[in-house]
Design a protein around this ligand. Structure first.
Ligand code: VGL
Ligand code: ZN
Length: 203
């Protein structure tokens, strides 16, 4: 059984958002087109408190893009984004949310970030997504969303680690690309782990 996993299709990752991803809104149409073809659609939602340790604003003197250690792992500092209950944390208004079966929120612990939809970045705490998929007899996930080089990559690599087959819908993803080449490196890393990369017309 296959499930569609939509990663962080939220306002703050759109070109008009707090942590803008170039052309991020292009993934919405791809998600809407694919959802009717899956009996299980899961969406992850980045969901931080205002005190989250990934926000540069919570580190005196720091700026977005700086590196710190958070929860024992290296952490890029970001602008405040996806604050629980804020408009920026909502899914894009054109996303067909009625077709989403389960929403998995992540990043609620202020002491550790959670790029992946499966585990916090230190891999100590699970979100429940892995158990949900296993209970639903899912053995393969089709993944798209934002951002290719952070939350999509982390979600996909954790899924591979848990033994799921993974296909990434390349035209359904866009990247932050903090450093030029990050997108290509992320795609290469995923491919090397056995991930299939397909455009949506071939899924
Ligand atoms: C993300 C940075 C911080 C993402 C989330 O969804 O890729 N990136 N929080
Ligand atoms: Zn975040």
């Amino acid at each position: 059984m296959k499930a569609l996993v939509l990663v962080d299709i939220q306002n703050d990752f759109m070109p008009f958002g707090a942590l803008p991803v170039a052309d991020g809104d292009a993934v919405v149409a791809v998600a809407n087109a694919l959802m009717p073809r899956f009996s299980l659609v899961v969406a992850t939602q980045d969901w931080h408190g205002a005190d989250h340790g990934s926000f540069a604003s919570n580190h005196p003197g720091a700026s977005p893009g700086d590196l710190v250690i958070l929860g024992g792992v290296e952490q890029v500092l970001w602008p405040d984004h996806c604050v629980q209950g804020s408009p920026g944390a909502s899914f894009h208004s054109a996303l067909d949310v009625a077709r989403i079966d389960v929403v998995i929120r992540k990043g609620e612990d202020p002491g550790i970030d959670s790029y992946s939809g499966f585990f916090d970045n230190d891999h100590e705490t699970a979100t429940g997504l892995g158990d949900l998929l296993t209970r639903s007899a899912v053995d393969e996930i089709i993944v798209l969303g934002l951002a290719t080089d952070y939350c999509v990559k982390a979600t996909v690599l954790d899924a591979i680690g848990l033994g799921f087959g993974v296909t990434v819908v390349t035209d359904g993803c866009r990247a932050v690309e903090l450093t030029p080449g990050d997108t290509e490196r992320a795609l290469a890393e995923m491919r090397a782990e056995g991930v299939r990369l397909l455009t949506s017309d071939r899924v």
